[in-house]
Design a protein around this ligand. Structure first.
Ligand SMILES: Cc1cc2nc3c(=O)[nH]c(=O)nc-3n(C[C@H](O)[C@H](O)[C@H](O)COP(=O)(O)O)c2cc1C
Length: 213
């Protein structure tokens, strides 16, 4: 299949230094709001990259559920493939890719488990059936069939049927990614894109540099 003809011209307004804040967070907020306003499906979906002990990277999507000036938060299974890798190597990369608006944000940082109360508070906001699914799924492990998975789901549903609240599974919760570098990239005309990188300095300030695209 020839896909060489797939070529899109990017022509958004240029991104200038003056458009960017001193620290990355106001810019992140502005860009995120723009992604929401652009009605992108799942604007908070991001690629999480981890590495194993041999340096082999793995990538998958997770949902960004919160951010502060300290960290970016997502939730998952603490016994999953990604969790094992993050224990082995806490250096991770997050990629928010929004090609429809010609933008991406790349965050490099260090990951740590979120405090249990954060996981607990978020878990309580999930629909009940999603809570049941978190109990029923041994994420990343083999299972014989779809039927076996649905049987497990039903068993958990029955187990908690008389309880008003489904408890937080011990194997499920949040991670905080503390950013050290954040790159804002915007596609430009003639592939002359705009790219700026914030780097966290040892004194806690952020350095901002334009990079060649
Ligand atoms: C749009 C999208 C959002 C997802 N969000 C999450 C999430 O927030 N947490 C999660 O554990 N898995 C999420 N997944 C599933 C993961 O991509 C992945 O398949 C799963 O977590 C197992 O990954 P692992 O084996 O690398 O640990 C999402 C998948 C997609 C396509």
């Amino acid at each position: 299949m020839d896909i060489g003809f797939l070529r899109e011209d990017y022509n958004p307004p240029l991104l200038r230094r003056k458009d960017l804040s001193e620290t990355p967070f106001p810019t992140f907020k502005t860009w995120f709001e723009h992604a929401i306003a652009s009605k992108l499906p799942e604007p908070n979906a991001m690629t999480l990259t981890t590495t194993n002990l041999e340096g082999q990277p793995s990538a998958r999507m997770v949902l960004l559920k919160e951010w502060t000036e300290e960290h970016f938060t997502f939730f998952t299974n603490y016994q999953s493939g990604k969790a094992t890798q993050m224990e082995q190597s806490p250096k991770v990369c997050l990629l928010l890719a929004w090609p429809v608006i010609y933008r991406q944000i790349i965050i490099q940082g260090t990951v740590a488990k979120a405090p249990e109360e954060v996981s607990h508070a978020y878990f309580q906001t999930r629909p009940r059936k999603s809570q049941i699914a978190a109990w029923a799924s041994d994420q990343s492990r083999p299972i014989d069939s779809r039927e076996a998975l649905e049987k497990r789901f039903k068993e958990v549903e029955d187990k908690f049927a008389k309880q008003e609240n489904v408890p937080l599974p011990p194997h499920w919760g949040g991670y905080h990614v503390k950013p050290q570098r954040i790159k804002f990239w915007q596609g430009g005309k003639n592939r002359l894109h705009d790219c700026f990188e914030y780097r966290l300095e040892s004194d806690g300030s952020w350095d901002l540099q334009r990079l060649c695209p």
